[in-house]
Design a protein around this ligand. Structure first.
Ligand code: ACM
Ligand code: ZN
Length: 766
């Protein structure tokens, strides 16, 4: 059945059943608007939207909104409506500004009667949101199909947002995203009434905005990689284009110029702005937090920032400017005579207070332009000025402290608001920063923590979803992180605690997927989780159980084929006693399928234990120098063999802030025996390039980025079994393996918790 016919049938069912249903959950019900409106009154009638329908407006700005939605309606439905002529009064959509309407400045009232549609608001922004709600009532059609008329349910929606800050943040430094990629996101976010775009324009890895007075920023300040021929910054004209595009969608753009840390790209262009101008800085190719920052004792730095703001303020016509302030290692300030002199002269007791001094000076520059400064919560450490606003990311504590002290706060605590964190099991999901931020957790977040005094609640402006892009390489990757979680943020910030309801949201979400498809959004579909390894060994039989982060249908095959609509639906744990290949995927209600998960279940016998002679505690290790990306590149080691007492002893160093010591690059091969406590099927988990147990290669991620362990299984008899580990000291896609603990963990198949293989379990034979 084609998508269109399916939607049309849903639509007629809705129309004919609406008398019986109080809470209609079909696509065009007023109850299906997202974010959920504050108040909905459903009437028992319909309005016919057709080619004859036209939009009445009475100011030039309102006309722009009318034209915007004429285009949107045509694109969503294929139906062309028009601007109204002078005399038209019937079959209209009327946009009316009304100061007396009892909603806030972003609120609206959408009234659909049999004859007309009336959208009222105090502001054009309100009218825009009323029209976005109306747009969601229209069925999405295939591009090739043109509807002649659409029946809309009658009723009234009276709506306003709970929070004024409903935001999205994008880091364009770690990876660069084009103007077109950003516009695409803004267009979709506007459908859901997101109204702030926080644009993280500068960081250690790249300075991404043209500053005419400092042209080297976008030459030396951009990482040179294989793709360096690409222009990876925005000209001021392009910035204006993005800001204008956002403005048309009532999204304010908040630029962030990171200070005093995360500044290596700027220092690469202008080393005189650092504490040590003799260093040859390069935009960082690694992730992490660099020790080199802007000097706080050098007037040139404040002149530079003054010049930068003089150029950017005309580009961003909104009141908020973000000045960074997070993750500032103080090492270069401690060792800098100018910084120390500034501390003395200003009676600053430590480097935290020096940071406060620095931020206060940045704030003065921003205030000169009548703008308001926002900083990340670390800037609270040395104290802040009374006019500083805080963005709370490390948790809620900074936000609570700031709001209780009377500062405005935007909540973005990482464990709820960082959309670059995994939304499902990291072993199944694509690379992300960490876990675990599933949709439900985001949805249930309340931006006003209980510890905020009643009279200080007003200081919480709202919340935003942040995307850091170390592991997002293309537009489709940021979409995967964003959707559907950004819709949860849109709803919790618009609808608020009283109106939101997760079960209801999930029902509506099913109806939003076709809209996201229309915009070609690569949204996340919950993947079949449960088994933590893809190759599972068993002795007699094995039971596999699947779950998803939120409810979707899973279907599977056992014959090696791809699951389809007609495949078996997963209902309960499956037990097998023979070798089996399971292909399992999630299916959304409108038929879209997730990535397929392939599992190999292998019936095995226990590997017999070995009885090596003269065993000693420890492991043998042999190292070969070189920058190897894959096991195949590693030559047979012929160097000296030494003994280490446990696997962790292979660790070189852990230091995010320094450049990686490339002289340490190489491969280490660890060999010996592991003592298995009892007969059983074991799961091993490691971030290493290879782990062989009992001569079986059970972990072999093959040159991928090793931020998280992967797992392998094997059945072992109690006793000693050979173990061989290949550790590559290298850098893959900005991640230094040197940052990982070198370890292998294990668990029995039926246990949940892992234990590291420690020195009591490893031996070598002399
Ligand atoms: C941040 O995530 N460092 C603000
Ligand atoms: Zn300094």
């Amino acid at each position: 059945m084609s998508k269109f016919i399916y939607i049309l049938i849903c639509f007629f069912i809705t129309a004919s059943c609406s008398k019986q249903k109080k809470h209609n959950s079909d696509p065009i019900s007023l109850e299906n608007i997202t974010p959920k409106p504050q108040k909905i009154t459903v009437e028992d009638n319909s309005f016919k939207l057709s080619k004859e329908t036209s939009i009445i407006f009475n100011t030039e700005e309102t006309k722009a909104i009318a034209e915007f939605f004429i285009d949107k309606i045509a694109s969503h439905t294929g139906l062309s409506i028009s601007l109204a002529g002078e005399s038209q009064t019937e079959n209209t959509i009327q946009l009316v500004l009304d100061d007396a309407l009892e909603v806030n400045n972003e609120g609206y009232r959408l009234s659909i009667s049999k004859e007309n549609i009336l959208v009222k608001a105090k502001t054009n922004q309100g009218l825009f949101y009323g029209m976005q709600s109306l747009l969601q009532l229209l069925p999405i059609s295939l591009e090739s199909y043109h509807l002649d008329a659409i029946q809309l349910p009658t009723g009234t929606v009276t709506d306003e947002p709970e929070f004024s800050w409903r935001g999205w943040h994008l880091d364009v430094s770690r990876h660069f995203f084009s103007v077109e990629e950003i516009k695409k996101q803004l267009d979709v976010l506007a459908l859901f009434k997101i109204n702030k775009f926080h644009w993280h324009l500068t960081d250690d890895q790249g300075w991404r905005i043209e500053i005419k007075k400092y042209p080297k920023l976008t030459v030396q300040g951009i990482q040179k990689n294989e793709e360096s021929s690409k222009k990876e910054y925005y000209t001021q004209e392009e910035v204006k284009e993005v800001v204008a595009y956002a403005k048309e969608r009532f999204i304010d753009v908040i630029p962030e110029i990171e200070t005093p840390g995360h500044a290596v790209a700027a220092l690469a262009a202008y080393p005189e702005l650092s504490c040590n101008p003799n260093i040859k800085y390069q935009p960082r190719e690694l992730w992490g937090v660099d020790y080199n920052i802007f000097c706080a004792g050098n007037e040139k730095v404040f002149q530079f920032l003054d010049d930068v703001y003089a150029e950017i303020v005309p580009l961003f016509p909104y009141k908020y400017y973000h000045a960074g302030g997070d993750e500032v290692p103080k090492r270069s300030w401690e060792n800098c005579s100018s910084c120390q002199k500034t501390m003395k002269e200003n009676s600053l007791k430590d480097e935290e207070e020096l940071q406060s001094y620095f931020m206060a000076r940045v704030e003065k520059i921003i205030q000169k332009h009548d703008k308001i400064m926002i900083g990340w919560d670390e800037i609270l450490e040395g104290g802040i000025t009374p006019t500083t606003n805080i963005m709370s990311w490390q948790g809620e504590e900074g936000g609570i402290k700031a709001a209780n002290a009377g500062h405005d706060v935007i909540m973005a605590p990482a464990s709820y608001a960082y959309l670059n964190f995994s939304q499902g099991d990291y072993r199944v999901e694509p690379m992300a920063h960490g876990g675990d931020v599933p949709l439900e957790k985001v949805y249930n977040y309340n931006p006003i923590p209980a510890d905020i005094a009643d009279d200080k609640r007003k200081h919480i402006l709202g919340m935003q979803g942040n995307i850091w892009t170390e592991y997002a390489y293309e537009g489709k990757d940021i979409e995967y992180y964003m959707y559907p979680r950004i819709l949860a943020i849109a709803e919790l910030t618009w609808s608020g605690e009283k109106t939101k309801n997760y079960e209801d949201f999930l029902k509506r979400l099913a109806l939003l997927y076709p809209i996201l498809d229309h915009y070609e959004i690569n949204y996340h579909i919950p993947l079949p989780e449960g088994p933590t390894a893809d190759n599972i060994a068993f002795i007699d039989s094995v039971t596999v159980e699947f779950e998803t982060t939120h409810p979707v249908t899973m279907k599977y095959t056992l014959d090696g084929s791809q699951p389809t609509e007609n495949s078996e639906t997963y209902k309960q744990p499956l037990t097998f006693s023979e070798n089996t290949e399971i292909n399992i995927a999630s299916f959304l209600p409108h038929g879209k399928v997730s990535k397929v998960r392939k599992l190999q279940l292998k019936k095995v016998t226990y590997k017999e234990a070995q009885k090596p002679k003269n065993v000693q505690s420890g492991l043998q290790i042999q190292t070969v120098k070189g920058h190897f990306m894959d096991a195949d590149e590693v030559p047979t080691p012929n160097g000296e063999i030494s003994i280490i007492k446990n696997i962790e002893a292979t660790n070189t160093a852990y230091d995010w802030g320094k450049e990686i010591d490339t002289t340490k690059f190489g491969a280490s091969i660890l060999k010996g025996y592991i003592e298995i406590p009892e007969d059983g099927v074991y799961y091993f988990a490691s971030k290493q390039e290879q782990v062989k147990i009992a001569d079986s290669l059970i972990i072999n991620p093959k040159s991928t980025l090793k931020r998280f362990p992967i797992e392998g299984t094997i059945a072992l008899k109690k006793g000693l079994h050979p173990i061989e580990i290949l550790y590559l000291n290298n850098v893959v896609k900005g991640w230094a393996s040197d940052w990982n603990e070198v370890e292998v963990k294990f668990r029995r198949a039926k246990q949940e918790t892992y234990k590291a293989i420690d020195s009591s379990m490893v031996f070598y034979a002399e």
